[in-house]
Design a protein around this ligand. Structure first.
Ligand code: IPE
Ligand code: IPE
Ligand code: MG
Length: 245
């Protein structure tokens, strides 16, 4: 599994989080620092995704959720949005077989209906092809917003005729795009920003948050390892008192 020149990283003393979610931020700044157009940063970000998926398989992380495009990102200049859609289409064309081969099961979080039909078809094909894989679940949050997800769930619940007394947190969770999956244990945000930007706002209620100054294209396997080590230094109290007190 270890590639040439890759440093051996020992995870045996650590608990590996089951579900890691990443806000892949900083592509634009990565490009700017190199005097390149933003699109070059997005391309480098897509290449990095390949490395991180491989590292998740190596580290035996079971679920990886990535924030690829938010409902708010439509407000970026049209040329950037077009460029991003091109990259998503290309990643699906070029990486799907390899992802399938690695045992990755792709899920989509968000609304596909407002996306270009050709891209929609590529996404649906990826979901269909990989649906029985079980090494790593890769949730791709694409045209995703946490508020939109909650509204979508509420609409569905009303359409199903649920009455207020039936509603529980578990039932509510079963109406979200992440239905059936455990909540994220660790939310990583690259590029030093300290905000959640409408990502998994219900599911991440008790996730450990790990901000890192690394820009997304530079956030590699060793950075992911460091995040797991830091996660192991946390005490998840869930509102209770410390084990040590
Ligand atoms: C993340 O990088 C990619 C997307 C949001 C699609 P950015 O494009 O937000 O990069 P910065 O924040 O401008 O550096
Ligand atoms: C969050 O990053 C969305 C994705 C990574 C897809 P943004 O760059 O869009 O978020 P803000 O604007 O810094 O909150
Ligand atoms: Mg950003």
């Amino acid at each position: 599994m270890l590639r040439r020149r890759e440093k051996p990283l020992d995870l045996s003393p650590f608990t590996v989080p089951t579900h890691v979610a990443i806000i892949m931020d900083g592509n634009g700044r990565w490009a700017k620092r190199r005097g390149l157009p933003r699109q070059a940063g997005h391309r480098a970000g897509a290449e990095n995704l390949r490395r991180i998926v491989r590292a998740c398989v190596e580290f035996k992380i079971k679920i990886l959720t990535i924030y690829a495009f938010s409902t708010e990102n439509w407000g970026r200049p049209e040329s950037e949005v077009r460029g991003l859609m091109k990259i998503f289409a290309r990643v699906l064309d070029q990486e799907l077989d390899e992802l399938h081969h690695q045992g990755v099961c792709i899920h989509h979080l968000g609304d596909l209906t407002s996306v270009n039909p050709t891209l929609q078809a590529k996404v649906r094909r990826a979901l269909e092809l990989t649906r029985n894989n079980d090494r790593l679940v890769l949730n791709v949050a694409f045209n995703y917003g946490g508020r939109a997800e909650i509204l979508h769930a509420v609409r569905q619940m009303l359409a199903d005729g649920l009455v207020p007394d039936e509603l529980t947190e578990d039932l509510f969770s079963s109406y979200l795009f992440t239905r059936g999956l455990p909540d994220p244990d660790l939310v990583i945000r690259t590029s030093g920003e300290l905000r959640i930007s409408n990502f998994l706002i219900w599911q991440a209620a008790y996730a450990e948050y790990y901000p890192t100054p690394a820009l997304w294209p530079d956030f590699g396997r060793e950075e992911l390892y460091k995040a797991i080590v830091a996660y192991n230094e946390r005490e998840r109290r869930y509102g209770l008192v410390s084990d040590e007190s």
